[in-house]
Design a binder for this molecule. Sequence first.
Ligand SMILES: N[C@@H](CCC(=O)NCCCC(=O)O)C(=O)O
Length: 268
Amino acid sequence: MPSASEFASLLPVIGVNACSQTLNHHPFFVVGEKYVRAASQGAEGLPWVIPPLGDQLPLQPLLQHLDGILLTGSPSNIQPHHYDGEPADPNSPQDIKRDATNLPLIRAAIAAGVPLLGICRGFQEMNVALGGSLHQKVHELPGYLNHRENPDDPILEQYGKLSHNISIQPGGLLQQIWPETETRVNSLHGQGVNRLADGARIEALAPDGLIEAFSLPAAPAFTLAVQWHPEWQWHPDDKVGDFPFYRAILKAFGAACRQRMQQRLNSR
Ligand SMILES: N[C@@H](CCC(=O)NCCCC(=O)O)C(=O)O
């Protein structure tokens, strides 16, 4: 078993899932740099990119090496058949390989006690993986805000804008991380939670009542899903923005990953 000083020199291994894309007619696996940096520098872990290999990905051997998983955002949408949804808009971007990988990965990770932080599409995947459902076009629903980014805005504005308030629900994990009753977040999503998965606890709500964050209190490890993008400009030295709320989320996730690492190494 490593000594305390040896632990201090170790880094928790944090999985960051990739998406599948076709580039120059060839299939690729791709992952956004900001997610890898959020895992590496924000959560202070050793990033491990998880390829969307579907049922070819050996989940249990993988989970034995992981101390946490950061589930990334993506412009693609989860196929509605995974949650009894209406057929998708044929123009809606999909990632079948990612769906086939992440949904079983989420269930296996929770059962194995691997901490999870789901971001945007990752948030939606956690809800669907556990039996929840999604609104496919929130902006078309009466009474709901348009939660999408303005594609005409520059990227720094799309992600740097604090688009709407969230009310942080009292007594939950998110309020432990950020002891406030409300704050503001960026918003870059067209889909959202319709039916929340059984056993999930609402952690934050948008002004229109849309669920913006949830946790799984009964899960053996830290499990937080957020609809916004805390991987954006969380770093205090970022020249353009500095979002301490986002930083607090990444640090809390990182602490849970380090705790898992200690448990994993102690059990060897
Ligand atoms: N497609 C879903 C999820 C939206 C999402 O994850 N946006 C971020 C995409 C780019 C990035 O990774 O930052 C929806 O529209 O709700």
